[in-house]
Design a protein around this ligand. Structure first.
Ligand SMILES: [Zn+2]
Length: 230
């Protein structure tokens, strides 16, 4: 799949990342989890003012950022073609299915490690925060589109770069793709305006801190991040 760099492959993945998934999650949660909307009263008052000019800046950023994601997918193709990448293709097979969950978790851990340290540095170093990361936190009442509001260099360091070098892992390309989409889903849910983490769609982001804020959480749900504590 990634042996040859085909423009339509990265275009489809970028499209799924930046347009389809945020739109679907926004609508799905609004339809089925509207009762979990965070702070609805304050949201209505502040929303109109806060959203002025939002789409203009989002469209520009999406165009640049999807180009960056595209370049990293192209780098994946190049690494594979040069024999440096370790992704393998063909049918998933029994071995692939058995290893599917462990390999997805491996990708998420590797992916999240880089994300965590870059994100932490962006918050710890004031100059970096001002220049690279502040705009991401400007929305006071975020939704899934806010997840994509990211400085291109911030996006490159936290998201696009790991997408490229994760191909060094010896995993199946379907597993690789599934893990990337899952990572994006977790990211989008974390920025959504709905507190869904005690329900099925949110059971993918671990953090015991959540339990303190939400006494209704129990079992596996007590180990997941909440949207309000992200
Ligand atoms: Zn941050």
């Amino acid at each position: 799949m990634l042996g040859v760099v085909a423009w339509w492959k990265w275009l489809m993945l970028s499209w799924a990342f930046f347009l389809l998934m945020p739109w679907l999650i926004n609508h799905f949660f609004a339809r089925f989890y509207s009762h979990t909307l965070i702070d609805p009263a304050r949201r209505i008052v502040v929303l109109q003012e806060a959203r002025k000019g939002r789409w203009k800046s989002l469209i520009g950023l999406h165009l640049i950022n999807s180009g960056i994601i595209g370049l990293c997918i192209a780098a994946d193709g190049w690494l594979q073609a040069m024999g440096i990448g370790n992704l393998h293709g063909g049918p998933l097979g029994l071995r692939g299915w058995l290893l599917f969950v462990p390999q997805v978790l491996l990708v998420l851990i590797v992916f999240d490690t880089q994300f965590y340290w870059v994100h932490r540095a962006a918050h710890a170093w004031p100059m970096l925060y001002r220049r690279l990361h502040r705009d991401h936190h400007v929305d006071r009442f975020p939704d899934t589109w806010s997840a994509m509001k990211q400085h291109p260099l911030d996006l490159f360091l936290t998201t696009a770069m790991p997408m490229a070098w994760v191909v060094l892992l010896p995993i199946h390309e379907i597993t690789w793709l599934a893990a990337l989409l899952l990572a994006n889903y977790i990211n989008l849910v974390g920025h959504s305006r709905f507190e869904v983490t005690r329900y099925l769609p949110g059971l993918v982001t671990p953090n015991r801190l959540a339990l303190r804020q939400d006494p209704y959480r129990h079992g596996i749900a007590s180990w997941v991040n909440t949207v309000s504590t992200c």
